[in-house]
Design a protein. Structure first.
Length: 74
């Protein structure tokens, strides 16, 4: 792999662009299974926590207390 990096780094800007375009072309020809991506995404999104109304109640209580607090005037 390091041999590829050395060769790539020796190329000029135009040649590097051509190599990148060719790699993009090769990758586009590959039929990557989309289901694995969707399966991974679904498992990640299902792990997102959900707050219940009782979880949020503390914030409402704190807001009421904060609104009642009067800051000292200078």
């Amino acid at each position: 792999m390091s041999d590829i990096v050395v060769k790539y780094n020796r190329l000029n800007k135009v040649a590097r662009k051509e190599v990148n375009d060719f790699m993009d072309f090769l990758l586009s020809k590959q039929k990557a299974p989309k289901t694995s991506f969707l399966k991974t995404y679904k498992s990640k999104i299902l792990q997102v926590s959900i707050w219940t109304d009782s979880d949020l109640k503390i914030f409402d209580e704190n807001q009421k207390i904060f609104n009642q607090w009067s800051a000292p005037e200078w």
